[in-house]
Design a binder for this molecule. Structure first.
Ligand code: MF3
Ligand code: CO
Length: 259
């Protein structure tokens, strides 16, 4: 069932979404060659706890981190580890935090030092596809309009869309209805209504769309081991333009300060 949020609930969700956005801003300060992904996870966990929030992923069905860590060919749900980031890597950090009973969800894929041109373009196009999806998220349209906007943009640019993982409604639970696939036909699926809050999260591969899930049931990588990118915002459907509840502003500021 799709639960429509009241204005008061959306205000609470703004708080959770701001916390998750500021957390990724802290993580951004640390992304560099030589840093372990466990360090990034610690930064995120401590920042969320220090600000009165709760890391939603930590312990969720046994997930071992605050962040899902997505290095290079890892698509989603990678574990924080002793792996040391290398110049030329990309690393996605997917973060969900709970504040005042509501969850916010966002993901950003960072370049570690200098990365090659092909991978850099993958990051750019994947991030842009997220905004194409958001633009399509207007009241009266359908989930399939979001899905189709993401898919056509990415495929037109020569990339492939992961099928097995989707965006999702979000609120008092991290995952609510509806599912928000990153591929599909326009005009199908649930109608978008003001008060719907959802996470849109394109997972886009440089090579083929096929993935493999590790034997622990979590960590998901591309079958061809080519890189995969992942960006995510939590948004609310309104009577007018969709409202983006998370923001990459803190990340942009942190990255600009590192230049
Ligand atoms: N942003 C991820 C998602 O929506 C967070 C889930 S990670 C988990 O699927 F570890 F908690 F499952
Ligand atoms: Co999500």
């Amino acid at each position: 069932m799709i639960y429509l949020k009241t204005a008061e609930e959306i205000e609470l969700m703004r708080g959770a979404c701001d916390l998750v956005s500021r957390t990724l801003g802290e993580v951004a300060k640390w992304v560099a060659p030589g840093v372990t992904t466990l360090k990034l996870d610690t930064i995120a966990r401590e920042f969320i706890l220090d600000n009165g929030g709760k890391p939603s992923c930590l312990g969720y069905h046994g997930f071992p981190g605050t962040l899902c860590i997505e290095v290079n060919e890892t698509v989603v749900h990678g574990f924080p580890s002793a792996y040391t980031l290398q110049e030329g890597d990309i690393v996605g950090t997917d973060c969900v935090a709970e504040l005042n009973g509501y969850h916010g969800d966002s993901c950003y894929t960072f370049a570690v030092g200098e990365i090659d041109e092909k991978t850099s373009r993958l990051l750019q196009i994947t991030k842009e596809s997220l905004y194409k999806g958001i633009e399509a998220a207007k009241a009266g349209k359908r989930i399939g309009d979001i899905s189709n906007a993401v898919q056509t943009f990415c495929e037109r640019n020569g990339y492939s869309v992961v099928r097995e993982m989707c965006g999702h409604g979000i609120g008092k639970s991290m995952h609510e209805d509806p599912e928000v696939p990153n591929y599909g036909r326009r005009g199908i699926g649930p109608v978008l209504k003001p008060g719907m809050v959802m996470a849109i999260e394109p997972m886009i591969n440089l090579g083929s769309k096929n993935i493999v899930i590790s034997s622990d049931g979590w960590q998901c990588r591309t079958r061809d081991r080519k890189p995969s990118a992942h960006f995510e915002h939590t948004i609310a459907i309104t009577h007018e333009e969709p409202e983006i509840l998370t923001t990459f502003r803190y990340i942009d500021e942190a990255l600009a300060a590192k230049q």
